[in-house]
Each structure stands twice: as C-alpha cells, then as structure tokens.
Design a binder for this molecule. Sequence first.
Ligand code: ATP
Ligand code: MG
Length: 260
Amino acid sequence: MCKVIAICNQKGGVSKTTSTVNLGVGMVREGKRVLVIDADPQGNLSQSLGIENPDELEIALPTIMEQIIMDEEFEMSEGIIHHVEGIDLMPCNIDLSGVDVSLVNAMSREFVLKTYVDCMREYYDYILIDCMPSLGMITVNALTASDSVLIPVQAAYLPVKGLEQLIATIFRVRKHLNPGIQFEGILISMLNARTNYAKDIIELITEYYGESIPIFDSRIPFSVKAAETSAAGVSIFSLDKKHPVAGAYEELTKEVLAHE
Ligand code: ATP
Ligand code: MG
C-alpha cells in the first residue's frame, strides 16, 4: 500500500524542501520505493536533486496537470527523473504559476493533482509532495491528494499564529475534499538546542498542539551542512552520513515508517 504525505507549511524557509529530500532518501535507504513531487513553481526540490534549470524541462508537473485539466491522456513514466540516490522525482518549474490560473476555471479543480498521484500509487511505497509556501489552490490540490501532512516548523520564531491558519486549512480540506487526511506530525527543524528561546518554542508548540497533533521526537538541528546539500544536488546521507543532521533525518524516517 502506498502512503502519500504532503510536506506543508505556508511559512517560507522552514525546511519543507530539505526535509522532503532527506526523508525521501532516508526511506529509500530503508528499502522503500519513493516518488517525490515538486509542487512549487520555485522548483527548489528539483534543483536540490540536481536539475540546474527546471524552467528548461520539457515535461514537468505543470505539463501533466495541464493535460489532466484538458482531459488528455498522459504516460505514467512521463517526466519522471531517476536520481542517483534511488528516489524518483516529478520536477516542477515556473509554469506551475500558470496552472494556478487554469485551475480557476477547471472542473473538479481541487482534484487535479490527486488524479495524477492516484495513478502513481501502485508503483511506490511512499509519495512525498513538497508544497510551496502558500495556502493557495496548488497546496489545496496537494492536501486533497494526500493521506497525511507533515508540518516542518522552524524553531527560531513564534510559529503559533501561522500554524493556526495551516491547521484550519487542513480541517477545511478534511471536511469538504479529503475526509481521510491525517496529521503525520509536526517536525521541529533548524533547531539550535542550546538556546532557551528554542526550548520556549518547543514548549509552546507542545502546549498548543501536542494534544491534537503528534510531534516527532526526532528534531533536526540547525547546521550549515544541511544547507550545503541543496547546492550539491544530493541528500545529507551522500554528503556526510555521519553528520548529526543525517542522524536526525534517519531517526525521523524510522518514526514515519513506524506510523504505517
Ligand atoms: P520555501 O518555503 O521557500 O519552499 P522551504 O520551507 O522548502 O522553503 P528549505 O528550502 O528546505 O525551506 O530551507 C530554507 C533554507 O534553509 C535553505 O537555504 C536550506 O538549505 C536551509 N536549511 C534547511 N534545513 C536546514 C538546517 N537544518 N539547518 C540550517 N539550514 C537549513
Ligand atoms: Mg521549498
């Protein structure tokens, strides 16, 4: 059975893309078949996996979504890129901004990405969707297509207000579009464990959300090494598998796999 997880937070720069890469590769290292979908017109996930200029790709997620909107057939393997570390990538580029506009008049506009994802389920154990930093129609499509949502939170600012908006959106999606969607959990990321401020934020998140949303025991430390992986086009496991960030993503992977 395939599980589809949206990596989502409308706050920018909280490590959605970095977590998608490292959780995805972490799962492959545990023997799983994994597809990661870039659902962001910035194309950061595609770049992080070595596609230097996603805007030059002939086929990417926007191409497939336009085909679905137009009721055209698409090939299952179309546009999929195999990465050296064993994950498959459906890349994305700036054309996704245009799809956002096409969706306004599309029939069943919230279900376009789900149509694609459901076709791919039989080939993978996990599909991870890297969402863009907004709660617009593309993100609603990602949430509608997913079995659960993993929320990375940066432990360096007060995230409580923004999380409320995200959670309200997830509840609306559950009510109207995808009754089965669950919370995979909140991932505390970019953590500088030595500061009291970080401790306060963890306490605050636990106090506000701990009852209703699982919070992962694994936390991702803040480290420049994590940032270097995107430029290198590989995961932290390839770059430095003994690094604490690699250890943290390995633990996170085990926690997610245990949720099966
Ligand atoms: P966006 O909202 O723009 O899509 P995002 O939530 O996907 O952003 P990332 O792109 O993964 O966030 O990370 C933002 C920046 O922080 C990047 O430069 C990334 O390399 C860096 N970064 C990610 N994880 C860490 C970490 N654990 N420690 C330090 N820097 C990190
Ligand atoms: Mg991103």
